[in-house]
Structures are given as C-alpha cells and as structure tokens.
Ligand binder design. Structure first.
Ligand code: CP
Ligand code: NVA
Length: 307
C-alpha cells in the first residue's frame, strides 16, 4: 500500500518518478488529449480546514483522469469527533479507491493511513504539505530546468510548507536556505531529517535569522503566510515580528537577476509579500497554483499504481 503523507517518506528516485509522471501528464493535457488512468475510480476528500486550490484541483484532477471525487466538508465527517479516525478510515475504505485528507493534527492523517485499506494522501497537516511541495518542484523544474546547484530561499515561518520544501529540495539535491525569526524556526527534528537527506543528495542547507543573507544569489524566493490555519490566536503577535521577512522588491534585488518568486497561496498581500512582487515579472505564483492540478494527478496515479 502506497500512502503520500510527507515527502520525507519518498526516495529520491520516487520523487523524480512522480515529477516525470506529472510532466508527462501535463504535456498530454496541454495537447488537449485525455489521460484516463483512473477510469471508474473514486477519491474521498476529507476536509477539516478551508481550501480553494486543494479542493478544486483534486476534484478536477479526478474528473480529467476519468474518475470522480467526493467532497466531505468539516461538518459532515467531524473526524475524530462523531466517530474515531480509525473507524472513519475503515468505513470510507469500503466505498472509495483513495482518500485525501486535510487535517489539523498530522497524527490524524497518519492514523487514517494506518487503518485505511486504500491509499491516503495528505492534503495538508500541521506538519507538512507534500502535494504543494510536489507542485512547487514541478514549477521550479519548468522555470529553472534542473535542481542541482540552484538555491531556494524561504523567508518566514518554519511551517508545514517550509518543511515540505526542505524535504523536497534535499531529495532533489537543491540548495535550501531558510530565514525565520527566532522562535519560529523549523523544528530541530525536521532539520535533522533534512540534514540526513542533504547528506545523501549533496544539497547545501542553511538556517538563519537574516532574511537579506538568505535571499542573496537565490534562484527561487519562497514565502507563505505568517499565520497558518489553526494559529489564528497568534496572528496579531506574528504581525509584529515578521515584517522584516516580507518579500519585497528590495529583497528581490539581492537575488539572481532571473529569480522566481513563489507562494503557495492564499497570500496576505502587504504582509508576507507585496503586490508589486506577487504581480511582478518574477512571480511564478499562478503557475504554481496551476501545477497543483498536474502534480496531484501524478500523485493519484502513483499511489494507485495506475500508469
Ligand atoms: N495552497 C493551498 O493548499 O491552497 P488551499 O488552502 O486553497 O487549498
Ligand atoms: N501554511 C499554510 C498553508 C496554506 C495552504 C497553512 O497551513 O495555513
């Protein structure tokens, strides 16, 4: 049984294989042809949190792969409240071929995978956002052509998105620098995994509190919200701490001339990113959003061994 819970569960070969599959599926899609790999298959989508990209791109992905998706809202399933996560996993496995879940606690998606008899895909947890990561590295590949020796600089909170970027970069041999305020760094256990993967791939990885040092000579600058879903009570405090990490034109000027800027969205314009950058010539933000569709088709086909 293949699950897709965090990029760190993949080998470098598997990461490359899923990316290759995404490129192939996207090429066929662009030519206006079909890729009905999942004819008759059904995806169950369990959401504990809101979503635009994840919800719509998985739904459309299943449709374009010849299958169907069921959206299950936070109120319907009430994961772990109306019934146990284990029972939800056992029951939903009897109806659908694959499950995608967006949860608060990563332990819940791990428990779903433990008790499900079908593959489980993590559609974002408080620990990682691997579907986003896969779309991000597809976008980087399209814009930069390769990963080795390229520098990805992440500015801001050491959150789920930053974790997936660290894992993806170190699987692919890309260099990764993160600048976060003190107290908001990636957890040491996450950094430890990144260090191990970097040791295998040759990635250079670095953590700093200095956002200007981080973006110097970067090929890619990435940022995300300062306050993730579930942390709303801290928003005001975070708004005081994070402004030096805002991605603006002054920071872009320190990076490579052909730097691309990325953001998983939703963006809080004027906070972690300025309008001028988000809408400017270096922005790859909407390519990234589109690539959720193509990357997730590849993930779905990969977990179901359907190609
Ligand atoms: N980037 C992302 O996961 O967006 P949604 O929260 O809208 O799904
Ligand atoms: N870090 C953000 C990503 C949203 C797609 C969050 O978890 O809310």
């Amino acid at each position: 049984m293949k699950h897709f819970l965090t990029l760190a569960d993949l080998t470098s070969e598997q990461m490359h294989a899923i990316l290759d599959l995404a490129v192939r599926i996207k090429t066929v899609w662009k030519a206006g042809e079909d890729t009905p790999y999942l004819k008759g298959k059904v995806l169950g989508m369990i959401f504990q949190k809101p979503s635009l990209r994840t919800r719509v791109s998985f739904d459309v992905a299943m449709l374009q792969l010849g299958g169907n998706a069921l959206y299950l809202s936070p109120d319907e399933i009430q994961l772990g409240k109306r019934e146990s996560v284990a029972d939800v996993a056992r029951v939903i496995s009897r109806y659908v071929n694959v499950v995608m879940a967006r949860v608060f606690a990563h332990a819940d998606v791990v428990a779903l995978a433990k008790y499900a008899t079908v593959p489980v895909i993590n559609g974002l947890s408080d620990y990682s956002h691997p579907c986003q990561g896969m779309a991000d590295f597809l976008t980087i590949l399209e814009h930069k052509g390769s990963f080795k020796g390229k520098k990805l600089a992440y500015l801001g909170d050491g959150n789920n998105v930053a974790t997936s970027l660290l894992y993806g970069a170190t699987l692919l041999g890309m260099d990764f620098t993160i600048a976060s305020p003190k107290g908001y760094e990636l957890h040491p256990a996450i950094w430890e995994i990144g260090r191990r993967l970097a040791g295998e791939s040759g990635s250079k990885i670095e953590a700093t509190t200095d956002p200007l040092a981080a973006v110097r000579d970067a090929d890619v600058i990435y940022t995300d919200t300062w306050t993730s879903m579930g942390q709303e009570a801290e928003a005001e405090q975070r708004r005081k701490i994070f402004p030096p990490y805002r991605v603006d034109e002054a920071k872009l000027a320190l990076a490579k001339p052909d730097v691309i800027v990325m953001h998983c969205l939703p963006a809080h314009r004027g906070e972690e990113i300025t309008d001028a950058v988000a809408d400017g010539p270096h922005s790859a933000i909407f390519d990234q959003a589109e690539n959720r569709l193509h990357a997730q088709k590849a993930i779905l086909v990969w977990v179901l061994d359907a190609n």
